[in-house]
Design a binder for this molecule. Sequence first.
Ligand SMILES: NC(=O)c1ccc[n+]([C@@H]2O[C@H](COP(=O)([O-])OP(=O)(O)OC[C@H]3O[C@@H](n4cnc5c(N)ncnc54)[C@H](O)[C@@H]3O)[C@@H](O)[C@H]2O)c1
Length: 329
Amino acid sequence: MSVILVVGGAGYIGSHTCKVLRRAGHTPVCVDNLGSGYRSAVKYGPLEVGDLRDGAFLDGVFFRWRPEAVIHFAAHIEVAESVKRPDLFYSNNVGGTLSLLTKMVEHGVLNLVFSSTCAVFGLPEVVPLTETLPHAPINPYGASKSMAERIIADFSHAFGIRAVVLRYFNASGADPDGEIGERHDPESHLIPIAIEVALGKRDKLLVFGDDYATPDGTCVRDYVHVVDLAAAHLLAIDHLKGKTAFQAFNLGNGKGYSVLEIISAVERLAGRPVARSFAPRRAGDPPLLVADSALARKRLGWRPAFPDLDQIVGTAWRWHCNVMEEPAA
Ligand SMILES: NC(=O)c1ccc[n+]([C@@H]2O[C@H](COP(=O)([O-])OP(=O)(O)OC[C@H]3O[C@@H](n4cnc5c(N)ncnc54)[C@H](O)[C@@H]3O)[C@@H](O)[C@H]2O)c1
């Protein structure tokens, strides 16, 4: 099978993808600066520690491993931080992607799978979200991913890069075997925060806004299991063997859950209450984000294996109960 560079493979979604690649017989070579990733999450192949904006470092990695494809997860991901420090986000998410693409072309590695996000669509007027909606990001994080997508499309046209762009909705859950899971620092995602409250690691959870035009007034999101996202990357690698030059896919389960429904699911599975209080709406939070993933089902043959909310929350809960406290890197 083939060697695949997994850039950002020490992070949450990257580490789960390395496991799926390994199981399929590939060699996932993790490339990570360990800025927000964890050395202990790199269990399924070798680790090259360095920054993707360091061209000499990337030259060494491409010479040593001669990969068949690159999966690019590495990015800053926290929306609120992107508003305060757009410099960091554009440097890493745009500059890093440009650096990586340039080295891919120089080394003749032309197959790419890129991690994008529903944040490229901003505040969509049409739900569920198809790939045909226009990009209209409302924060530097979404803008950085939209710019990276554009750069990839241009490199595809000019240099023959074949690219699959995967736009995740809310990545969630953990490896069902309990080997790896979600560890962001600071954590900004709802399910791990609710679990931390249930475990007594936080006092309470803040629900931002209870007056949206949704059934219970709180925001609705499409939660998709991280192992299902990982499986989509394996399918995307296969897809690149076809005639695809550039193709984007939205990845979600097509079903939305409100903040209060997520809290109830955590309380049910944990058997403990989750203290919460209500806070004003956050600027730029769309009321409803649900994916239309028909294209991924049709073209990639993607079939989520863990679509149920209880599977998502249950695997996350088991991981958080067992995870050892470990500092980043
Ligand atoms: N988590 C989600 O719900 C979600 C949703 C949509 C899109 N995404 C996208 O998926 C990707 C992965 O997200 P995640 O949740 O696994 O994040 P993460 O922070 O857990 O993983 C990112 C990894 O990239 C590494 N990295 C960052 N900058 C780097 C650099 N310059 N050089 C080398 N390594 C670098 C980090 O150390 C980390 O291991 C990101 O691109 C993110 O934008 C995530």
